[in-house]
Design a binder for this molecule. Structure first.
Ligand code: CAO
Length: 430
């Protein structure tokens, strides 16, 4: 079978780009277009897809290396059907007209497919995003086009060799707006360009990778999702008494039973009773997808930014199992050791700032989920029981919803159920 050395294709104007992740390992059977590695420039993150199917024999680079066009990536044993085709052509490099032919496949060198860009393969790039792999455009333009879900092949580039510039993309968008009957009277103006050094001394730090990725997803979610946020308080006096009674028992198991474990359990129960909040809008906006599983994401604050590991089948887990998952996930999130799969598949997210403070906040829904719960700091408050005021520990909750999926009344019913689950622990075991 033919062995080939796969090299880095044309990646635009970039040289000495950082390899941030190798996505395959020796022995892996890979398909055509499967991502081989991820690169990061100062403007974008890009994945380099394989131009051929085969088996990875040897990796010739590692994360942390710097690469340019032509750098060796890996040695590949071509899949059988390609190996026998000794005149297989190499995919054209974006922006060039050249086509090469493998005359001697035993010693061939192939460039991988030119990259298609993504800010976050889990969340930012829709599965039906238009394919723009073979148009001639730089990483930043490709990324911007994907965020706007614009098929770059529909744009005629005015740059060298038909390269599509940011201006070409902007002109295309403007043209579409002008012809779609959409008013441009309050179109978003360009971001302000400010030289902060004009006003005093400044210090500049690179934005961490996670913040770049989550920032793009948050911007999309904040703009594209019509949010509604509902507020309520849960009386967690009994829950806290129970939790404090169980502290020593939990410690003996090597666990810490924090309020968030109870919240995961109570949310899972409420999702089960209110499937609409566990649903997602289909990508084409034509259907609702009701999930028969309940996976709950928990936002974890890490030195590099926010990460959301997912507790699977939370409705089927006991409090100690959930506490164990929480400890494991938050520790590994802070060490940067979470696996991408552990952050996928969430149905609903909990974001707790309760250990830090705040009386309330409006969390942003994590697309394609339909809801997110914001948890603030519990406070002892006087509550009237009909004859007297009693000191009760009250937990402020804010529930943001995608209003396309969940109506306000359904959201209020879900929140009332959640409050009930937290206020009366017996609800959790029913
Ligand atoms: N009110 C009062 N105290 C609370 C509380 C609340 N709502 N929630 C937690 N606490 C207390 C805990 O009981 C614990 O105290 P004890 O040790 O006395 O029991 C203490 O705060 C610390 O808890 P913790 O943070 O270790 O654990 P947790 O399970 O409450 O939270 C996690 C885990 C991962 C959710 C949290 O560490 C975290 O990262 N939160 C930040 C989430 C975030 O940034 N969201 C984004 C908001 S928008 O950008």
């Amino acid at each position: 079978m033919a062995l080939v050395d796969v090299t880095l294709p044309d990646i635009g104007d970039y040289k000495n780009v950082d390899v941030i992740e190798i996505l395959v390992k020796p022995g892996d059977k890979i398909s055509k277009e499967q991502a081989l590695l991820a690169l990061e420039t100062d403007k974008a993150t890009m994945e380099i897809p394989s131009s051929h199917a085969g088996i990875v024999k040897e990796l010739l680079i590692k994360a942390g290396d710097k690469v340019s066009q032509g750098s060796l990536i890996l040695r590949l044993e071509l899949a059988e059907n390609i190996a026998v085709d000794t005149t297989a052509t190499i995919a054209p490099v974006a922006g060039t007209e050249t086509r090469e032919t493998i005359q001697n496949p035993e010693k061939a060198v192939l460039p991988a497919t030119p990259p298609s860009l993504s800010a976050n393969s889990n969340q930012s790039v829709p599965s039906t995003a238009p394919s723009d792999s073979y148009v001639h455009a730089g990483p930043a333009v490709r990324q911007f086009a994907r965020e706007l879900e614009i098929d770059l092949s529909k744009i005629t580039g005015t740059g060298l060799k038909g390269r599509i510039s940011r201006e070409d993309l902007a002109a295309f968008v403007k043209n579409q707006l002008n012809h779609s009957g959409t008013s441009t009277a309050f179109a978003l103006p360009a971001d302000p360009v400010v030289d902060f050094a004009d006003f005093g001394t400044v210090r500049i730090e690179k934005l961490p990778r996670i913040k770049k990725i989550s920032g793009a997803a948050l911007s999309r979610n904040a703009i594209r999702i019509p949010h509604i946020t509902l507020f309520d308080e849960a009386d967690i006096t009994e829950m806290e008494n129970f939790r404090n009674n169980k502290k020593t028992e939990a410690e003996k198991k090597g666990l810490k039973l924090t309020p968030v474990s109870f919240l995961v359990k109570a949310v899972a129960k409420a999702l089960k009773n209110h499937p609409i909040v566990n649903a997602s809008l289909s990508h084409d906006g034509e259907s609702l997808i009701f999930k028969e599983y309940i996976h709950v994401g928990v936002a974890v604050d890490t030195p590099n930014g926010l990460m959301v590991p997912v507790i699977r089948n939370a409705d089927q887990k006991g409090l100690y199992d959930i506490a164990a998952d929480l400890i494991n996930f938050s520790k590994r999130a802070r060490e940067g050791k979470l696996k991408p799969d552990e952050m996928k598949g969430g149905c609903f997210t909990i974001s707790s700032l309760g250990a830090i403070g705040t009386t309330g906040f409006t969390p942003i829904v994590n697309m394609p989920e339909a809801g997110i719960l914001g948890v603030s700091k519990s406070e002892l408050k006087p509550k009237w029981n009909g004859s007297t005021f009693l000191p009760r520990l009250m937990l402020p909750l804010s529930l943001s919803l995608d209003h396309r999926v969940v109506d306000g009344a359904d959201g209020a019913r879900f929140l009332a159920c959640l409050v009930q689950n937290l206020s009366d622990l017996r609800e959790l075991i029913l």
